[in-house]
Every structure is written in C-alpha cells, then in structure tokens.
Design a protein around this ligand. Sequence first.
Ligand SMILES: [Zn+2]
Ligand SMILES: [Zn+2]
Length: 411
Amino acid sequence: MERTDIRDEAQALNARLVEWRRHLHKHPELGFDTQNTAAFAAEQLEAMGAADIKTGVGRGGLTAVIQGEKPGGVLGLRADMDALPIHEETGLPFASSEEGKMHACGHDAHTAMLLGTAKLLSRHRAELKGAVKLIFQPAEEIGAGAVAMIRDGALESPRVDAIAGLHTGNFWTGASAGEIGYSRGALMASADMFTLSITGTGGHGAQPDRAVDPIAAACQIYTAIQTIVSREVPPAQAAVVTVGTIQAGSAANIIPPSCTMQGTIRTLFPETRTRIQERIREIAEGVAGAMRASASVKFTYGPPPVICDSGMTEKLIRAAGRIVGPEHVRPVDAPTMVAEDMAFFLEKVPGVFFWHPSAVGEGENYPHHHPKFTVNEEVLWTGTGTMTELALTWQEQVTPQPAAGRGQALS
Ligand SMILES: [Zn+2]
Ligand SMILES: [Zn+2]
C-alpha cells in the first residue's frame, strides 16, 4: 500500500517551484558569492520550520535540517546554487537582471527543487525516520564549493550517513523531460589538469647542434602520451587525455629554452586516474631525458569521478519509479566525461547522483553553459518528488528488480 502520495503533492507544488526558480534565475550569483541566493533559500526554509539553518558554510553555502519524528539515519540532499559568467540571450521575461551572469547550467532549478523537497518533508516529519540534512552549495562551476562545505562541517552534526543529488538539463542525450536516469557506477568523470614544462637550451635556429630543442622534445612527448589511453588503459574504462595548449618560441630562427603544454585528464575509475597521472610523468621525464632535455609535470586536481553506490541506486530507482512511473526510470546509455564536484561528497558518504532530464522541446535545446540554455519548468516537481520519496524510504530494504534494457547484464 502506498504510504502517502508524494507524487500528487509534488505535482501540486510545481507552480511554487517555478516561482522560486524564476526568482533565482533573475538574480544569479557566481562562485562563492552566493550569499543572496542562500539568504533567499534560508528565508523559505525558515517559513517551513526547518531546524538548524546555517549560512556561511563553505563561504556562500547553506545547510538546514528537517528533523523526523521517528528514529533513524541522516540523509544529505545537495543542490548547487551558483551561476556562470555568461551574458544571457534567452529573452525570457525572467532573464538575468545581473549583467554578465546567468544560470546556464540549471542550478537555479536545483535550488528550487531542493526547497520544494524541504517543503514536502516538513509536512511529513511524522513519518520521516531520522533527519534530512539540506546542503545548498556554492561554487560548483569552479569545482571548489563541495570541498569548502565539507571542510566547514556540512557532513557533520548531524553526521550524514548517505547522500543524494541530481542534475537537470540535457547531459543525457536521447532522454525526454519527465524521465529519471541513473548509473549503477560512474555517472560523470574526474577532471584534473596538468602543466608540463620542458626545459632545453636555447640557441640559434641555424645551429641546432649547439642547443637542446625543447619543441622537438615536446612533440615526442605529445605523441607518446597519446598512447596512454590507446595502449595502456583497459578499453572498457573510458578516459581522455587532451593537450589543449602548447606554447614556446618567439621567432622562426630561434630555438627557445623552454616549452609548456597544458592538458586535461578525464577518467571514470579512481585507479585509471592515478595510473594516467603516473604515466604522464614517467613518459614526460623519460622522453625529455632521452632527448637531452628535462621535463617536470604539475597536476591540478579537480573532482574525482561521480560514483554512485549500488544500494542507494536501487533505492533511487524505486523512489523515482513511484514518482514518474517505473517505465520512465532508465539507466543512462553512457557516463558523461564532464565533471561535477558532487563527487567530493560521494567520496565521503555513499550516495547517488542522477539525471533529471529537462529538455524543452524540439529545436529549443541548447547545451549547458550556452547563453540560450534553459530548462523545462513543467517537470521540476519530478525532481522534488523523487528526492522526497527517497528521503522517506531510503532506510527501507529494497529488492533489486531484474530490470530490462541496456546496462544491466553482469556476465
Ligand atoms: Zn555547469
Ligand atoms: Zn551544473
């Protein structure tokens, strides 16, 4: 028997979700400077009677607690709040009022959907086991907000036992608004950067024998590191190594003293991530040495891969099925190599991150971070409903369904 019909309640809340989302959309804030967004969310949470509302967690972040009346564990629910430095071109009546700032990734919708979840949960405290910790995060787009919030204790007091979050939009090609997409393992990639400096000895372009050419060494290193993914990473473990810049030299007849390359590494498995870093260093140093030059590599670490816990994923599938219908809950075809700093939370606590597709309609879909990006407001309630249902049921056992479709076979 169905406990309470969260589906109907979430659907009935959609107009309010749209209102919140439009307000947030009109007033975007960047990076850690999300104080007004957090203040707006705090105001709504206060009106709902949420407990322990704390602003300034991880600078621009906010946490609050919905305390259940039954004993149990604590589920963290996370939404990011930051916008992007983009000049909006949607022409919507509620378009950004802040020049050069835009919610072009749907984080306005994430914040609105989590506020809606808080609203529904606050009505159902009598049946809520344990508590829900609401985590409103700044600075996702610069990959720094999650870490800052964790450092500031967002996962403590009360200690978070499991966590969930979603991303709206159209990362999942081929999906329609109203569906929910999940992955039993990696959903998104890690993103690290490297800077490779090659040092030679500068000289006259006509006398290469008196110089050590760092450009020649760089070309060999470039070619050799492209074999890491093609020859060393297991083919089923997707990975990307892209060199995006190579810089050296000032004139045609001068051998420069040094050359610098910068690139990005994307992986779906922690062991691939470590291995690629090690190999870039070994190849760069070895090849440079063989060519009489020297090389050093500096890595800048971004988020690890977004890896979902299998138990929490089963619970998400069940919860989402009750909201959108089991036929609209599908495994994603493939993970995306885009990164998300939700991964830092998932590194600390078992949890699940899922796709909330919100394509607008034929021909109107612009990619994330595009000046015309927008989301389908008619399905905001499905995100709110799914998170609410998950919060009310994640502590119940679930029997995995032998689901049909792709991505299920284990043999
Ligand atoms: Zn984004
Ligand atoms: Zn985003």
